[in-house]
Design a protein around this ligand. Structure first.
Ligand code: ADP
Ligand code: MG
Length: 261
């Protein structure tokens, strides 16, 4: 890479005993999860089981009521039984979040900006790159996701698959050590899923730590180091794809897989 800030080290994520409530509704019910540097973790689970909330907790968009999360050993939102023990400052949280990429189901591109501006915005806004360097780097990233020719287009002129590839390029612009994907292909027409998965596959090979919520079981089998099945706010079981997908031990996992496979 000729431009850009230095790549962040592939991140380690640790989730310890996390409970999260919305009002009286407990959405995460004692989640423990460790993701090692460069590992690809796929999270499966029924709708409403807490998958998105878990990603939001990892990205510090939500704070757990109990338990804690660390990314690269830095604790986040430490609270035990209501006692605030230690929390990162807002500034430290923003710094951490800038090292974490987040790709959403609905792309969330800035509609009024061009594709190039969407990708170049964050490195400039965070002071990591000067505007001209950010443009050069954004073009490299667009090339990497196969969209070099769309730099001047607006998001609405692109297909869903192309928009999601722009969103991935945008996530890469801050050189994250960790990328979280929340159902990156579930808003896409079936014929557009493959082009997005191909980009994710390329990232998986690059050694970045990835946590991916998806219902694409075949894809999980192919790229995951570990598959985690979550139901009702708890991790029911986890393991290598060949174990969890082919020999699930728990009834709830078997039932879920029989419905999505
Ligand atoms: P999943 O991604 O597995 O479908 P979510 O993590 O989005 O599940 O949601 C888990 C549960 O928490 C659902 O019952 C959902 O309605 C609820 N929930 C999610 N976000 C909020 C929120 N901001 N306020 C209140 N309830 C929420
Ligand atoms: Mg979700």
């Amino acid at each position: 890479m000729t431009t850009g800030t230095r790549a962040h080290e592939a991140a380690t994520v640790e989730v310890h005993g996390v409970h999260k409530w919305y009002g009286t509704h407990r959405v995460l019910n004692g989640v423990d999860l460790t993701v090692r540097p460069g590992e690809v973790t796929v999270i499966l689970g029924p709708s409403g089981s807490g998958k998105s909330t878990l990603l939001r907790v990892i990205n510090h968009l939500e704070k757990p009521e109990i338990g804690h999360v660390s990314v690269n050993g830095e604790l986040i939102g430490v609270r035990r039984h209501g006692d605030r023990l230690k929390e990162l400052s807002e500034r430290a949280i923003l710094a951490q979040r800038s090292r974490i990429g987040f790709v959403f189901q609905n792309f969330n591109l800035f509609p009024h900006l061009t594709v190039l501006e969407n990708v170049a915005a964050a490195p400039v806004a965070t002071g990591k790159l000067a505007s001209r360097e950010a443009d050069v780097f954004a073009r490299e990233l667009l090339d990497r996701v196969g969209l070099a020719d769309k730099a001047g287009a607006r998001p609405r002129q692109l297909s869903g698959g192309q928009q999601q590839r722009v969103a991935i390029a945008r996530a890469l612009a801050l050189r994250p050590g960790l990328i979280l994907f929340d159902e990156p292909t579930s808003a896409l027409d079936p014929e557009l899923v493959g082009e997005v998965l191909e980009v994710v596959r390329d990232l998986a090979r690059s050694g970045t730590t990835l946590v991916i919520v998806t219902h694409e079981i075949g894809f999980a089998r192919e790229i995951a180091d570990r598959v985690v099945f979550i139901d009702d706010g708890r991790i029911v079981e986890q393991g290598p794809p060949a174990e969890l997908l082919d020999r699930p031990r728990h009834e709830r996992t078997k039932d879920f897989l029989s419905r999505v496979l």
